[in-house]
Design a protein around this ligand. Structure first.
Ligand code: SF4
Length: 310
C-alpha cells in the first residue's frame, strides 16, 4: 500500500483509514506543530501528485477486506485540497462504499470554487483555523507568502454556508504562540455567521515540527473552550477510543515504519492500530532505534517514535 494507511485509531474519527493524495510534504503552511515535520514543498498551487486510480484501488482493497473502518479520511502527507484529484477520488469512493468520507484541511483554499466543488460529496470536512490575527497566523502556521488570514477565514465561513455535510472546526493552540483569550475572541469574530457543527480544541500531543512548540495547559484550554463556544459546542480532544479490529502480524517492522513515516506516535497506539502484541512492538521499536531508523522523542513527558529528519 503506497497511498492508504491504517486504519489507525484517531482521536477525532475513531478507526480512520488514511488516504494520501500527495507527495511528502506539500502544504501552503509550515505549522510549527505539524506532526509530519517541516514542509518540504510549500505551495498553494493545485496539481496532480499521484495516480488517482491507484489510490482508489487501494481504498477498495482495504474496505473489501472487511476491516473495521469508521471514516475514510483524506489527509496524508500535507494538504489534501492541493490535489486536483480530490473530487474525483471522493466520488469514486462514494460509488462503492458507505463508509463516511472525511477531509482534513488547513482551510487555506476553501475560498476557491473548484475546491468547494471537489469537497461537495464529502460527509465531513474538518477545517482548521488556529488564529485570526495576521501576526499569530504567521507565527503558528507560517503560511506561504501573500496568504491573508482574513481571506482564509472568509473562505472558510463561505464554504460552510454552501456545504451540506458536517463541519468540525479544529483550533490547534500552542503555548505562548496563539493561546490567548484575545486570539480565541478574534477567531469567533472572524467566523461569525459560519455553519459549524462543533469545534475541536486541540494542542500539541504528537511530536511537533519544532521542538519548542509546547502543549497548552488544561486550565487555559478550558478558558479558550468557553470563548469558542460562541461558534459551536466545543470538545477538548482527549484520548482516542479503542476498538478491536483484526490485523495481520506479518511484516511488523515494515508496517511500523510505514505508519511512523506518516506521523509520530507512541508504542501503545502503534500496537492498537496495527493489532500487534505490545511486547513485540516494544522490541521492534528498540531494535529500530538502535539501527537509527527511528528516534524516540518526549512530548508532554510521553515517549513517541518517529523517522529521524534527514
Ligand atoms: S499541520 Fe497540516 S496545515 Fe500545518 S503544515 Fe502540517 S499538513 Fe500543513
Amino acid at each position: 500500500m503506497k497511498h492508504v494507511f491504517g486504519p489507525v485509531p484517531s482521536r477525532r474519527l475513531g478507526n480512520s483509514l488514511g488516504v494520501d493524495l500527495l507527495a511528502f510534504k506539500a502544504c501552503a503552511f509550515d505549522c510549527i506543530y505539524c506532526q509530519l515535520g517541516r514542509t518540504t514543498e510549500q505551495t498553494a498551487e493545485r496539481r496532480r501528485f499521484v495516480p488517482p486510480g491507484d489510490v482508489v484501488a487501494e481504498v477498495r482493497q482495504v474496505l473489501d477486506s472487511g476491516v473495521a473502518v469508521d471514516y475514510v479520511t483524506l489527509s496524508g502527507s500535507g494538504e489534501p485540497t492541493l490535489s486536483l484529484d480530490l473530487g474525483r477520488v471522493i466520488h469514486a469512493i462514494k460509488a462503492f462504499s458507505r463508509v463516511p468520507v472525511a477531509v482534513l484541511t488547513n482551510g487555506a483554499l476553501l475560498g476557491r470554487p473548484d475546491v468547494r466543488a471537489d469537497l461537495a460529496e464529502a460527509d465531513l470536512v474538518v477545517p482548521s483555523l488556529d488564529a485570526a490575527t495576521q501576526e499569530a497566523f504567521e507565527r503558528v502556521n507560517r503560511p506561504c507568502g501573500g496568504l491573508s488570514v482574513a481571506d482564509v477565514a472568509r473562505g472558510l465561513r463561505d464554504f460552510t454556508l454552501g456545504f451540506t455535510g458536517q463541519v468540525w472546526l479544529e483550533v490547534m493552540v500552542v503555548a505562548g504562540v496563539n493561546d490567548t483569550p484575545d486570539e480565541a475572541r478574534a477567531i469567533v469574530r472572524a467566523l461569525e455567521g459560519a455553519r459549524i457543527d462543533k469545534v475541536q480544541l486541540n494542542t500539541v500531543v504528537r511530536a511537533p515540527a519544532e521542538s519548542w512548540a509546547e502543549p497548552v495547559r488544561e486550565e487555559r484550554l478550558k478558558e479558550l473552550a468557553a470563548l469558542l463556544e460562541g461558534l459551536a459546542p466545543v470538545e477538548i480532544i482527549g484520548r482516542y477510543a479503542q476498538r478491536e479490529h483484526p490485523a495481520p502480524a506479518a511484516d511488523a517492522r515494515e508496517r511500523i515504519l510505514a505508519t511512523l513515516a506518516r506521523r509520530p506516535c507512541g508504542a501503545a497506539e502503534l500496537a492498537n492500530s496495527l493489532g500487534l502484541h505490545p511486547a513485540l512492538v516494544a522490541k521492534l521499536l528498540e531494535e529500530l532505534c538502535r539501527e537509527a531508523r527511528l528516534e524516540r522523542v518526549l512530548v508532554g513527558g510521553a515517549a513517541q517514535y518517529r523517522i529521524p529528519p534527514h
